[in-house]
Structures are given as structure tokens and as C-alpha cells.
Design a protein around this ligand. Sequence first.
Ligand SMILES: *[C@@H]1O[C@H](CO)[C@@H](O)[C@H](O)[C@H]1NC(C)=O
Ligand SMILES: *[C@@H]1O[C@H](CO)[C@@H](O)[C@H](O)[C@H]1NC(C)=O
Ligand SMILES: *[C@@H]1O[C@H](CO)[C@@H](O)[C@H](O)[C@H]1NC(C)=O
Ligand SMILES: *[C@@H]1O[C@H](CO)[C@@H](O)[C@H](O)[C@H]1NC(C)=O
Ligand SMILES: *[C@@H]1O[C@H](CO)[C@@H](O)[C@H](O)[C@H]1NC(C)=O
Ligand SMILES: *[C@@H]1O[C@H](CO)[C@@H](O)[C@H](O)[C@H]1NC(C)=O
Ligand SMILES: *[C@@H]1O[C@H](CO)[C@@H](O)[C@H](O)[C@H]1NC(C)=O
Ligand SMILES: *[C@@H]1O[C@H](CO)[C@@H](O)[C@H](O)[C@H]1NC(C)=O
Ligand SMILES: *[C@@H]1O[C@H](CO)[C@@H](O)[C@H](O)[C@H]1NC(C)=O
Ligand SMILES: *[C@@H]1O[C@H](CO)[C@@H](O)[C@H](O)[C@H]1NC(C)=O
Ligand SMILES: *[C@@H]1O[C@H](CO)[C@@H](O)[C@H](O)[C@H]1NC(C)=O
Ligand SMILES: *[C@@H]1O[C@H](CO)[C@@H](O)[C@H](O)[C@H]1NC(C)=O
Length: 535
Amino acid sequence: MAAGVRAPASGVLFCLGALLVGWVAAGLEAAVVGEVHENVTLHCGNISGPRGLVTWYRNDSEPVFLVSSNSSLPPAEPRFSLVNTSSLHIGALSLQDAGNYTCQEVLSQTRWFPVWLQVASGPYQVEVHISTSGTLPNGTLYAAKGSEVNFNCSSSSWPPPVVEWWFQAPDSSIEPFGNNLTVSCFTLLLMSQNLQGNYTCLAKNVLSGRHRQVTTELLVYSPPPSAPQCWAEMSPGLLMLQLTCRWDGGYPDPDFLWTEEPGGVVMGTSKLGVEMLNQSQLLDGKKFRCVGSHIVGPESGASCVVQIGSPSLLSEPMKTCFVGGNVTLTCQVSGAYPPAKVLWLRNLTQPELVIQPSGHYLITQNGQSSTLTICNCSQDLDKGYYVCRAENPLGVREVDIWLSVEEPLNIGGIVGTIVSLLLLGLAIISGLMFYYSPVFCWKVGNTFRGQDMSDIMVLVDSEEEEVGEEDATEEEEAAANEREELPKEIHKHVHIHRVTALVNGNTDRMGRGLQALQDDSSEQQNDMVQEDRPV
Ligand SMILES: *[C@@H]1O[C@H](CO)[C@@H](O)[C@H](O)[C@H]1NC(C)=O
Ligand SMILES: *[C@@H]1O[C@H](CO)[C@@H](O)[C@H](O)[C@H]1NC(C)=O
Ligand SMILES: *[C@@H]1O[C@H](CO)[C@@H](O)[C@H](O)[C@H]1NC(C)=O
Ligand SMILES: *[C@@H]1O[C@H](CO)[C@@H](O)[C@H](O)[C@H]1NC(C)=O
Ligand SMILES: *[C@@H]1O[C@H](CO)[C@@H](O)[C@H](O)[C@H]1NC(C)=O
Ligand SMILES: *[C@@H]1O[C@H](CO)[C@@H](O)[C@H](O)[C@H]1NC(C)=O
Ligand SMILES: *[C@@H]1O[C@H](CO)[C@@H](O)[C@H](O)[C@H]1NC(C)=O
Ligand SMILES: *[C@@H]1O[C@H](CO)[C@@H](O)[C@H](O)[C@H]1NC(C)=O
Ligand SMILES: *[C@@H]1O[C@H](CO)[C@@H](O)[C@H](O)[C@H]1NC(C)=O
Ligand SMILES: *[C@@H]1O[C@H](CO)[C@@H](O)[C@H](O)[C@H]1NC(C)=O
Ligand SMILES: *[C@@H]1O[C@H](CO)[C@@H](O)[C@H](O)[C@H]1NC(C)=O
Ligand SMILES: *[C@@H]1O[C@H](CO)[C@@H](O)[C@H](O)[C@H]1NC(C)=O
């Protein structure tokens, strides 16, 4: 004695109904689930074949007549009707229709069949509320990385629904939240990139089995971790300057705004962060500010400043090179932003000729310092002005360097000089002995002795200061071959010339260098020997 159950509408409901029949059959009572606004049919027992006079009642505090197969008794309401002579059909169900019904059948005997009608409602209006940082213009929600996000799912349903949450990251499978818990709200404390995806709330009416789900996409945004960086660079042709701003590592990409400083005149906004400056905007020392703004970044944005400047040059005004040797000219650029392009030129012709690196010219650039090494100097080719030119879109600067080329010093000559100087020293000592010896004193004339002594004494003084130093560095110098010619070394040579001049007392012979000194010294020595002869 159980009631056949007819499922209204959905297949899900049908399955559930079949389940309920089994449960009810054990309690010897039919149970039927109907849904609000739907129709339901309650069967008068599970009996086939001819039926007797059937009357349906509703049991609240006391039985209420609903409908009867005695056609002279009208139904209590038009919603109630009999189908197949025994079943009660109720149209447009409401929650108030839920309750216990009884079917009375009078045939050979009177039988009672109870039916329990349950009415389910919903779920309707499933609403998902996610407390996030904000909503994009297209309605998509986003949360800042590291923030706390509350999820809440509400719906209208009778009986109250079971709510489940699922999460699906892009390109991965669905995962339920919690340990198969059914909760309507939960909180994620520390949002991270792998929590970006679709959140689905499912509300299910356990009575009807009807369920609805709402999927909400949530993006997890993060600002770039470090400060923005900006720079200026020359665009091809040197006519335009390109300002670039980078602020990497954020999601999504930030926006950039370039302004002129001071004043904040807006030059442009872009996703790329690149702005072109034309000639009219290129003023020495002018500053430009890039402000990067990110949807979840600092409210006022993050910025960096670029200051453009024309180049300044620093170089020695003159250099000396020895024939056959190497010389390096250095040119130091400062204050140039963007960095200047440095060129070396020769101004022998008009227009000036740009020096190309070759076996003769070595050009190296280290940062904003450029060097030109001229190898194997020659008097005719290399003497003259060299121009170092630094150029950026803000300006061009040139500096002239005078290169003089001189005959090299003969090593043999230097050695000879030293030898002759030693001999000279010996001669001086002998001379002094000669002077102080009572035997020889009267034999040497006062006149020529005094004159010679003054010359020799000056020579010895100079040698101790300058030539001694020369001695020590002589070989090294030859090897280094003036590649790193320093002002100090030039001084040494100058001193040598001076020594020569003093020895000779004759500036005309300066050009002949130490070779001349050697010759002169030998002459002097010969003189002394001749002087000794009378002794
Ligand atoms: C009536 O119920 C019995 C079991 O109680 C079942 O075997 C039978 O199929 C049902 N008949 C109908 C028509 O539902
Ligand atoms: C319902 O009403 C019928 C008819 O009056 C009665 O026989 C039955 O006992 C009632 N059932 C309940 C649960 O009140
Ligand atoms: C049908 O109902 C009417 C009015 O209540 C009654 O007089 C009549 O006897 C009933 N018929 C049967 C078959 O019970
Ligand atoms: C009435 O009975 C017929 C045959 O038994 C069946 O096909 C039909 O579905 C039934 N109608 C209702 C509303 O139960
Ligand atoms: C419910 O029953 C009414 C008649 O009572 C009928 O007009 C309507 O189509 C039915 N609705 C459904 C969903 O079966
Ligand atoms: C209907 O009857 C069952 C027991 O048969 C009872 O548990 C249930 O509460 C009753 N429903 C109403 C609405 O009275
Ligand atoms: C909304 O915009 C964001 C960012 O542009 C995008 O990732 C997302 O897919 C968009 N959502 C929809 C529904 O168009
Ligand atoms: C949740 O539990 C129910 C029964 O308790 C089970 O049928 C279902 O498969 C579980 N769901 C998941 C996702 O584990
Ligand atoms: C969320 O679901 C929509 C529709 O299925 C899909 O287009 C979108 O890519 C999903 N978003 C994520 C982050 O998985
Ligand atoms: C240079 O840029 C300024 C500002 O963008 C603009 O007003 C001016 O017309 C431009 N001049 C040229 C020659 O493009
Ligand atoms: C090279 O430059 C120097 C310094 O500017 C100048 O004095 C000289 O006349 C120039 N020579 C030529 C050939 O232009
Ligand atoms: C000059 O420089 C060239 C190239 O660097 C080198 O080969 C040569 O040996 C140098 N000459 C001298 C004398 O140092």
C-alpha cells in the first residue's frame, strides 16, 4: 500500500522522487514532492483496475473536503480536480499546499490512503557576493594579490538550500572547496595568482533536487614589485629623442604618463611607456617625469625622472709623439644624456675627416671616455690638430688636440752619455786632486781652471737629479714605447735637453739630444787628457 509517484517537470526531480518512493514505501505512506507554481498529482493508492467512489481530504487539524468522484459534489477549489477517476490533481502549487492528504475509496469496503505532499521552492536568485578590490568596466571582479577576499552565496529557496563552492583555475580541473563541506560563505586570507579563476556557487534544493549555479570570474592583480625605470635614447637619425619607461612584473600591465618637469604638462599616456621628443622639446637640462599607474598599485602611481643634457668635453690640449712610436689621445665626455656618440676627426680637409679605426688608428670607447691611439707616428702624416667630437640630440661639442711629433731618443746615445758622464766624473776627481796637490798646484794656470770648473759643476748637479732617475727607468721606457705616455715622462725628456744645454752652454745643439751630449763630453774629456799631459 504505497502511492505511485508522478514526477513533475525535471529529470533530477524524477530521480529524487523515485528515491523518496522507496523510503516512503517502508513507512507505508506515499510521499510526493511538488514544486511551487507547478502541478502535482496524488495517486489514491497503488491499485490498478476499477475504482470505487473516491473522495480526497486534506488533513490539517481536521479533515477538509477537496474533491470527490461524486459529480454532484463540486471541488473545494478549481485547482483541485480528479484525474483517471481517482487521482488528485492540484494546479499551481504554493507552499501552503504542503501537508498530509487522505484519499477515501468506497468500493466493497472503505479504504484510506494517506499521501504526504511536500512542496519545494527554488532555488531562485542565486547571488554571489565577493568582497574584492574592485570591478572592471566589463564587470569582471579583481582582487589584489595578498588581500583578503570574502565569498558569499545566497539564494531564495525552500527548504534552505545546500550550497557548494567550486574553483576552476584556467586550464585546470574543477576543485571543490574544503573537505566536501557545504558552506555558503568562506574567506580566502591571502590571495595569490593561482587563485585566479572561476568561482562557482551551486545552490541545491534537497527536496526537489533542483539546483542553480553562478560562476564568477575573479582576477588576481598584482602591482610591479619594484620602482619604474626610465631612460632616454636616440632614435635613428638623431632628430628625435625617445623616452622609455619600464615598470615590469605587474599584472596586468601598467599605464604610463609622461609629463614635462616642472609644470607637469602632459605629453602622453600609453601602455608602452614610450614617448618621442621632437627638436622643439629638446632643451639642455630639461626634466621629464614618467608616472606609472597600476590598477592595484599605489594610488598616486610610481614615477621616475629623466634629465636630458648636452655633452661637455674634457681633454688634454696637446700631446707629443715620437717618430715610430705610439700615442694615445683621450677624450672624456660628461653631462651628456642620452649618452653622446664620440667621433675622432682630422681637420686637415674641409669637411673634416672622420677617423676610421685601422692599423694606424685604434679607437676604444669605455663608457663616455674615448681614446684614439695613433700607432707608428710619422712627422708628416700625424702632426697637427685632432678633433674629438661628442654629439647627442641636444648638442655637439668639439675639442682640438694638438699632436707634435718629435725625433725619438737614441738608446745608444743615452748609454754613451752615461758612460761619458762617468768619465767626466773621473776627470773632475782627477781635476780636483790636481788642484789641491801642492806638487801640481803651481803648474796649472788659474785662468782656464776656474772657467772649466764652473761648467763641470753645473753638469754634475743636473746629472744627480735627472739622469740618475733616467737610468732606472730607461729599459722599461723603451719597452713601453711611449704607449702610455704620461706628462711625467715628457718632463724627463725636457730635463735631459736642459742638461745638454747646460753642458754645452749652447742652445743651438739642443735638437741633437744626448748624442750631442756624448760627443761634447768626449771632447771635454780629450781636453782634460791634454791638460794632464804636461803633468
Ligand atoms: C504497487 O506497489 C507494488 C509494491 O508495493 C509494486 O510492486 C507495484 O509495481 C506497484 N504498482 C504500480 C502500478 O505502481
Ligand atoms: C485524515 O482524515 C481522515 C478522514 O477524516 C482520517 O481518517 C485520518 O485519520 C486523518 N489523518 C490524520 C493524520 O489526521
Ligand atoms: C453524491 O452526493 C449527493 C449529495 O451529497 C448524495 O445525495 C448522493 O447520494 C451521492 N452519491 C453517491 C453515489 O454517494
Ligand atoms: C491515467 O491513466 C492512464 C492509463 O492508466 C495513464 O496513461 C495516464 O498517464 C494517467 N493519467 C494521469 C494524470 O495519471
Ligand atoms: C497545470 O494544470 C493546468 C490545469 O489545471 C494546466 O493548464 C497546466 O498546463 C498544467 N501545467 C503544467 C506545467 O503541467
Ligand atoms: C504528515 O504526516 C507525517 C506522518 O505521517 C508527519 O510526519 C508530517 O509532519 C505531517 N505533515 C503535516 C504538514 O502535518
Ligand atoms: C574583462 O576584462 C578583463 C581585462 O581586460 C579580461 O581579462 C576579462 O576576460 C574580461 N571579462 C569578460 C567577461 O569579458
Ligand atoms: C561529497 O559527499 C557526498 C556524500 O557525502 C559524495 O556523494 C560526493 O561525491 C562528495 N563530493 C566530493 C567532491 O567529494
Ligand atoms: C571562466 O569561465 C569563462 C566561461 O567558461 C571562461 O571564458 C573564462 O576563461 C574562465 N576564466 C578563467 C580564469 O578560467
Ligand atoms: C613638437 O612637439 C610639440 C609638442 O608635442 C608640438 O607642439 C610641435 O608641433 C612639434 N613640432 C614638430 C616640428 O613636430
Ligand atoms: C684645425 O683646427 C684648428 C683649431 O680649431 C685650426 O686652428 C686650424 O686652422 C684647423 N685646420 C684646418 C685645416 O681647418
Ligand atoms: C704601437 O701599437 C701597436 C698596436 O697596438 C703595437 O703593435 C706596436 O707594438 C706599438 N708600438 C710600439 C713601439 O709600442
